[in-house]
Design a protein around this ligand. Sequence first.
Ligand SMILES: Cc1cc2nc3c(=O)[nH]c(=O)nc-3n(C[C@H](O)[C@H](O)[C@H](O)COP(=O)(O)OP(=O)(O)OC[C@H]3O[C@@H](n4cnc5c(N)ncnc54)[C@H](O)[C@@H]3O)c2cc1C
Length: 338
Amino acid sequence: MNPAERVLLELQPLLEQFRTAAVETDRSGRLPLSHLRELGRAGIYRLSVPSAQGGYQAPAELLWEVNESLAAACGSTHFVQAQHQGGLGFLLRGHPELLTSSHLDGERLCGVAFAHLRRPESPVRVDTTAGGWIFRGEAPWFSGWGLMDEVVLAGRDEHGQDIYVLVPLEQLEGVALPELSAIQASSTVALRMHDLFVPRRALVLTQTLEEMALRDFRSQLGYTALPLGLVREACRFIQAKSLRQHLQQRAQQLRAKALAWSEQPQEALEIRAEANLLALRAAQAAVVSVGGQANQLAHPANRLLRESSFYFLTQLNGPLREVALEKLVMQDWSGALV
Ligand SMILES: Cc1cc2nc3c(=O)[nH]c(=O)nc-3n(C[C@H](O)[C@H](O)[C@H](O)COP(=O)(O)OP(=O)(O)OC[C@H]3O[C@@H](n4cnc5c(N)ncnc54)[C@H](O)[C@@H]3O)c2cc1C
């Protein structure tokens, strides 16, 4: 058995543990730090890292299975560990020497705050100064406050270039957000910076908005594993075998398409939006199967319904919004009564 396969095996008892605690985790304000540490000890943060950097270079199918099964067990746990993996991905691309074994073991945790760059006006502005940059403004989303040690923070400079830097979180202010409906345990805040000086040595990478848009397609497709994991979990609540089979077959078709992705951007959007829609329907079917009790926030089917709605928002950009809205409103009316 190779190291990546061993990680999958070691994850199994953790997944059961996370699933059992998922409702409690969901209703708490903050994910237990132990979840992130245990995943690190199992080796999950090494899976997508090349062997030259101490990783296990796992094949796409194995990564997919890990993402799907962890998202099925506990959406909040998956979401927060994915932010750390996202942070490590930036370090690897920009400055692999910034990546330490503590990062790979989950002893040092690194979140990300960059989604705001997709807005027409970046709320984080960067001014070049002697020896580095001054960051000003507020990043509207950062998950893992109180859990992470540092953040890959991005802002736009006076030339329209996006600057990504690695910053210890104690240099930033976490601003509480209104209560979230899904993944409350992600400890999501806005990050405020007060004329924050960042030295040049903290630079992770620079990229243009066009480069970011191209990378978006890959991550939108990769995170299709999350809604498909949710479909898997929702099926536990649906008694009718034929209905479960229908959902599972559709999930299998989308999984196969995603794993055989031709790198064509529109195809990535279609697959992701279809998976989001399938998860929403599966979660709603789980709620209907359970009945009135599923209206309680503490019922697992209720959590799935809220998480299925959240999956429409994460990695949301203009093109994904367009395709998702089209499918939500226009698809499958052919058999309607009127
Ligand atoms: C609970 C939660 C936790 C999150 N955690 C993180 C995190 O840890 N790190 C992180 O980086 N992100 C995080 N996000 C952000 C997330 O990945 C999405 O970016 C976000 O949900 C999209 O919603 P929005 O309101 O920020 O964007 P919106 O303002 O709705 O914009 C979405 C997209 O629409 C397009 N758009 C918007 N306005 C215009 C306009 N006027 N003209 C043209 N196009 C436009 C842009 O392409 C934009 O990207 C989190 C989000 C949530 C809800």
